[in-house]
Design a binder for this molecule. Structure first.
Ligand code: EPU
Length: 340
């Protein structure tokens, strides 16, 4: 890779779905693993590095005084298949939804509930994207990455990735350390439709068709998302801005005693996930605006930039929402996007 392909003082506005203005000191589009390995030259870099996928889970509150590596590694390959299952390897820069549809067209199932999630394949394991009862970690076999500290390629089997609700080793323990070059998925050739999530059940009940195919489920999920969530192409946003808090059953019982309508989702014997969107709506934030940004009128977990808001404006709104939820429920909401 010629170092001359590193661009300087690049606006990051087109590269983040919040559409906020920020400048990267240096910027490089990485199209192949080999190019990245050559750039790193078998050693770490002394400038701060930020790996960017689709920019759909990031909030820039200032310029980035380092090197942005945009993951543009493409390519989808079937590695192996038998009658029941298939292993598919996708480049980290592939668009997530396009990849999900590619799999569906070939009869490779398991990702349909994750349809229409913005972002890239390489970003999916970082926050362990999840929707409508499925998390991507359940479908991943191996994550291939380059260690930005050593310049070395490495591979992580799924059980070494510490996948949990919106968490992974790449987001927590080793945040910022790895550039994910490709992900290998283990998918099924037999449909196993997961339809238990309330919104999915309700949408399916309204359909006229009696049979449900994986493509039909994907279409249903897309329709739910289009109804509830803003399209980042039309209204700048980064999906859910807050995670649903995970609390103990005892804490949950105490909260439900005070707020009987609070939606709760058991995770295991000890822990429960509670609906942050409901709490934000309860505090009166749904549909409210603060300057050029606001809380989305159809889903209170989503903050939107109506045009011209800065990252700091959005952060101020987020902090006001956090303070209000904390005052009412005694719970501090944790942001989902990376805030820089
Ligand atoms: N709710 C409200 N008001 C709201 C939003 C939600 O009362 O403004 C209530 C709903 O009525 C429901 C409960 O809260 O009873 C849960 O709402 P919903 O099913 O819309 O899901 P969510 O918990 O708000 C999560 C994910 C979404 C994902 C959906 C479906 C997180 C942080 N968000 O939202 O993911 O699409 O479930 O699985 O876990 C994302 O991460 O960007 C994202 C959109």
């Amino acid at each position: 890779m010629a170092l001359s392909s590193i661009l300087e003082n690049i606006s990051l506005q087109p590269y983040n779905t919040f559409g906020v203005e920020a400048t990267a000191r240096c910027f490089l589009s990485v199209a192949t693993t080999e190019a990245l390995v050559a750039l790193l030259g078998g050693q770490g870099q002394d400038v701060p590095i930020l790996v960017l996928g689709g920019g759909s889970n990031i909030l820039f509150t200032r310029d980035f005084e380092g090197l942005v590596l945009k993951n543009d590694i493409l390519g989808i390959d079937v590695l192996a298949k038998d009658d029941r299952s298939v292993r598919v390897r996708a480049g980290g820069g592939e668009d997530w939804h396009t990849f999900v549809q590619w799999c569906l067209r070939r009869g490779f199932y398991g990702l349909e509930n994750l349809s229409l999630i913005p972002g890239t394949v390489g970003a999916a394991p970082v926050q362990n994207i999840g929707a409508y009862g499925v998390e991507v970690g359940d479908r991943i076999e191996t994550v291939e990455a380059i260690d930005l500290q050593s310049g070395e390629p490495c591979r992580f089997k799924a059980d070494a990735c510490d996948f949990a609700y919106r968490r992974s080793l790449f987001k927590d323990r080793f945040r910022g350390r790895f550039f994910i070059t490709a992900v290998i998925f283990k998918l099924s050739k037999q449909p196993q439709l997961i339809t238990a999530y309330a919104d999915v059940r309700h949408a399916l009940a309204e359909r006229k068709e009696t049979t449900l195919t994986p493509q039909g489920l994907s279409d249903t999920i897309c329709a739910i998302r289009r109804r509830k969530l803003p399209d980042p192409e039309k209204l700048a946003n980064a999906g859910s801005f807050f995670k649903n808090p995970v609390i103990s059953r005892q804490h949950c019982d105490e909260l439900v005693g005070r707020f009987p309508e609070l939606p709760v989702y058991p995770l295991d014997d000890q822990r429960v996930k509670i609906a942050a969107g409901w709490m934000i709506e309860y505090c009166g934030w749904k549909g409210r605006t603060l300057g050029a940004c606001g809380v989305y009128p159809h889903q209170a977990l989503v903050l939107v930039n109506y045009g011209g808001a800065s990252g700091r404006d959005i952060l101020i709104l987020a902090e006001a929402v956090q303070a209000s939820v904390e005052e009412t429920f005694g719970i501090r909401l944790e942001p989902e996007p990376l805030i820089l």
